[in-house]
Design a protein around this ligand. Structure first.
Ligand SMILES: Nc1nc2c(ncn2[C@@H]2O[C@H](COP(=O)(O)OP(=O)(O)OP(=O)(O)O)[C@@H](O)[C@H]2O)c(=O)[nH]1
Ligand SMILES: [Mg+2]
Length: 269
């Protein structure tokens, strides 16, 4: 059960005490209670307890992953987005361009199929597929097992493609250096405001499928304003995985961010 998003796969249909609030507009808000989510059959207090337990356990695994990735001298990114925004297509182009210059590895998360790991392996880069079944996100324990099957090499990059879902992966630290959120222009400019947790959790946003802009009435300024309202510090690159637009900037960002992340910490005098 994912109490973070409230999508319960094993809920008991008992009488829950979900808190909801009716806005002046008439909108019914099930995120108004102290848990920020309503799960049928669970009280708000119980939901908070379960969520705390799940996330505390996850954070322990995430810290172990982070230590392991860092000790290997590798820089890890966690790519998150809704299904079909272009995560795998972006990775295929990035891996093809970077594979001559640094060691690379990929962990692919999907509910079912090994399609994405197979697409990655076609570039010659090592990839492990993780299937989450009914699960709506990767967690740090899964990523630890996937790392057992990869060789992490100093100076290398580890890309983790999360399950396509703009909600739950926001809450789960996998041990990455940072999250990169992908939004494609076909999804609409209001998504950062509608799904703020994901955009708040990301350090970088890739606005993908820019090649389609001439065919859409996408309001670029409104999208950038929405993203900055949710996360003023977030860096944003407009890219096209189809044409390669914006990839030079994206790859320069990876190189600079990896260098600062992996730089040995200065020892106090
Ligand atoms: N026109 C255009 N199409 C793109 C671009 N990037 C991806 N696509 C297409 O968008 C579709 C989905 O791309 P994927 O890379 O599979 O998306 P994803 O985010 O990995 O999807 P999931 O793993 O299912 O969440 C495919 O048909 C891609 O060819 C782009 O920049 N421009
Ligand atoms: Mg994919």
């Amino acid at each position: 059960m994912c109490t973070v998003c409230g999508c319960a796969h094993d809920h008991d249909h008992g009488v829950g005490s979900s808190h909801h609030h009716i806005h002046a507009t008439g909108a019914i808000d099930f995120g108004h209670g102290p848990a920020g989510v309503s799960v049928p059959g669970l009280s708000q207090a119980r939901t908070i307890r379960i969520e705390r337990d799940v996330l505390a356990k996850n954070n322990g695994f995430a810290e172990a992953n982070r230590k392991r990735i860092r000790q290997a001298g590798t820089f890890a990114l966690n790519l998150v987005s809704s299904p079909g925004s272009g995560k795998t297509t972006i990775l295929v182009r990035t891996l093809t361009e970077l594979r001559q210059s640094r060691p690379l590895a990929v962990i692919e998360g999907d509910q079912q199929t090994s399609n994405d790991a197979e697409r990655i392996r076609q570039t010659g880069v090592q990839a492990v597929q993780v299937n989450t079944g009914k699960g709506c996100h990767l967690d740090a324990h899964m990523v630890g097992h996937a790392m057992d099957q990869l060789s992490l090499i100093p100076g290398g990059l580890l890309f983790i493609e999360n399950v396509g879902n703009l909600v739950c992966p926001a809450a789960f630290d996998l041990g990455e250096a940072c999250k990169v959120v992908v939004l494609s222009v076909t999804e609409g400019e209001d998504k950062p405001l509608k799904y703020p947790d994901m955009f708040a959790a990301a350090e970088l946003m890739l606005l993908n499928k820019s090649d389609l802009l001439p065919h859409l009435d996408f309001d670029m300024d409104a999208c950038l304003a929405a993203a900055r309202r949710v996360n003023p510090a977030m860096q944003i690159f407009t890219i096209s995985a189809r044409t390669g637009e914006g990839f030079a900037a994206f790859h320069a960002w990876i190189a600079a961010r990896a260098a600062s992340y992996l730089r040995p910490m200065a020892t106090p005098a």
